[in-house]
Design a protein around this ligand. Structure first.
Ligand code: SF4
Length: 94
């Protein structure tokens, strides 16, 4: 199940290859116009894949890998329920 999202700033990557050494299952170096840059195989990862990808993020010398937890979407309460009065708290300051 997808739990985390990888945010990768390719422009910042210097192609050191550190991420590919600690997490080869998701990171590879790809050459483009004579320049090597990392490339994630996937941007959404599971809990099991988190540890090695987090190592890749931690070892990256230019910190261009970030991992964000995907939050569960909560259902918003329908505002048509007008029974509940939203009273603002009045602060009485003497
Ligand atoms: S460790 Fe960082 S700079 Fe090095 S290849 Fe991976 S993403 Fe690029």
């Amino acid at each position: 199940m997808t739990k985390y999202k990888i945010i990768f700033d390719r422009k910042v990557c210097i192609g050191s290859g550190a991420c590919t050494s600690v997490c080869p299952e998701n990171w590879e170096l790809v050459e483009k116009n004579g320049e090597f840059k990392a490339k994630p195989k996937k941007l959404e990862i599971s809990e099991e894949e988190y540890t090695s990808n987090a190592e890749a993020a931690a070892i990256c010398p230019v910190e261009c890998i970030q991992i964000e937890k995907i939050k569960t979407k909560k259902r918003m309460i329908d505002e048509d329920h007008s029974d509940a009065d939203d009273e603002e708290d009045d602060e009485d300051l003497d």
